[in-house]
Design a protein around this ligand. Structure first.
Ligand code: ZN
Length: 62
């Protein structure tokens, strides 16, 4: 008997961050406290970035 028979893998929340300095666009797993338009930090140039959107989708494969 398959324990997971009744459910597909649940969707996961992702956060899209856009950097104001270098226009880098990043998608990462949603973290507690993420809010659309909240300030974030660009991991590419360490500049000021902003959360553009939060969405749910099936977990990334691979
Ligand atoms: Zn940047």
């Amino acid at each position: 008997m398959n324990f997971f028979w009744s459910k597909k893998t649940p969707d996961v929340l992702y956060t899209v961050i856009v950097c104001k300095s270098c226009s880098e666009r990043q998608t990462r797993a949603f973290a507690d406290g993420d809010v659309v338009l909240a300030e974030a930090k660009c991991t590419k140039c360490a500049g000021s970035a902003r959360i553009e959107m939060i969405y749910s989708a099936p977990p990334m494969q691979q």
